[in-house]
Write a protein that binds this ligand. Structure first.
Ligand code: HEC
Ligand code: HEC
Length: 288
């Protein structure tokens, strides 16, 4: 009778301990996910650069969070950034995680309608599963804000889809600096602005990073610069100068750049991510 089975109370104790450890691990995982979500949102991904609430003059209303209202007035559309706080009536409070994931990464709403530009879905198709979960964890953690915004209108056909449904997207290996930089530049949609567009509004991918798009707004006009390794681009720039331009929004003479690039967000990009971004920019073929 020495090798008796575990006494019931011990079994319960062990079971409880096991569940406790499991729950602790899950909490730690949730906390890490939220941490990553905060880092991406307040950094390179910067959804807030478009979705932050805006006042009458287009000024950001940070206290109203991501409750939308920014207007993008273009010849072929007048888009309005929606409220993406968890308010059930005017925001995304009723959407499931899967529905949010499909909206962000594939541009399809729960009612199957297509999300139009300038939301950079082509770029967001590259968001890894883990980072998508992190962004959703962040959105869910925000206070709900009631703010009904106008609907966008498009005088152009929206694509039937941005591509086939995505089952899973892997993040690049952290050991590959250029690939990591490319990934960050995609989820930060740098090239959405820094690549020229055809008259039909399509990005000219063979001129990736060559700059040239014009942005009009309360700031007047700004033109996206050439980020390629050409002399007209970043060839003669040091890493420190590039990083300062992205984080502080100033040129090599210290003169401030104009919006709409989200310098205020990019300030919090970590050094290793900045180094990867710069390595990627240096890998772009030179373009005049
Ligand atoms: C360049 C500006 C821009 C950026 C950056 C951007 N969005 Fe959007 N987003 C928009 C606009 C404009 C719409 C509405 C388009 C339309 O009406 O079809 C939209 C639509 C949405 C919708 C659909 C909401 C609804 O109620 O229909 C969600 C969800 C969303 N964005 C989430 C995000 C997240 C998360 C990020 C960051 C990963 C992000 N957006 C980045 C401009 C942007
Ligand atoms: C919403 C559009 C937009 C996005 C997104 C954007 N940029 Fe920019 N960027 C601009 C504009 C416009 C300028 C020039 C501003 C001016 O001249 O006042 C600029 C300037 C720069 C410069 C200065 C280069 C020079 O030659 O002076 C660098 C470097 C740069 N961007 C890198 C990036 C990187 C890296 C990302 C992504 C993390 C990014 N940009 C995202 C629009 C954008």
């Amino acid at each position: 009778m020495q090798r008796r089975s575990i006494k019931p109370f011990r079994a319960i104790l062990l079971l409880g301990l096991g569940l406790g450890l499991g729950a602790t691990a899950a909490l730690a995982r949730d906390a890490a996910l939220l941490e990553r979500g905060k880092y991406l949102m307040n950094g390179v991904v910067a959804c807030g650069n478009c979705h932050i609430a805006r006042g009458e003059q287009g000024q950001p209303l940070f206290e109203k969070g991501l409750s939308g209202g920014m207007v993008f007035d273009e010849p072929v559309f007048k888009a309005v950034a929606p409220n993406i706080t968890p308010d059930p009536e005017t925001g995304i409070g009723k959407w499931t995680d899967a529905q949010l994931a499909k909206a962000i990464r594939e541009g399809v709403r729960p009612d199957k309608s297509i999300i139009g530009p300038p939301m950079p879905i082509e770029m967001y198709r590259h968001i890894s599963d883990q980072d998508l979960a992190a962004l959703i964890a962040y959105l869910r953690d925000q206070p709900p804000m009631r703010n009904a915004v106008a609907k966008s209108t498009y005088a152009m056909p929206l694509p039937p889809s941005y591509g086939p449904a995505l089952a899973s997207v892997a993040a690049p290996s952290v050991k590959d600096k250029v690939k990591t930089g490319e990934y960050l530049a995609r989820i930060g949609h740098c090239m959405e602005c820094h690549t020229p567009r055809s008259p039909q509004g399509r990005l000219e991918m063979d001129k990736l990073g060559a700059g040239g798009q014009t942005f009009k707004g309360p700031w007047g006009e700004s033109v996206a610069r050439n980020l390629s390794s050409h002399a007209n681009g970043l060839k003669d720039w040091t890493d420190a100068q590039i990083s300062k331009a992205i984080r502080d929004g100033v040129d090599r003479q210290g003169k401030p750049y104009k919006p709409p690039m989200g310098y205020g967000f990019y300030r919090s990009i970590k050094d290793e991510d900045m180094a990867a971004l710069i390595a990627y920019l240096r890998s772009l073929s030179p373009m005049p």
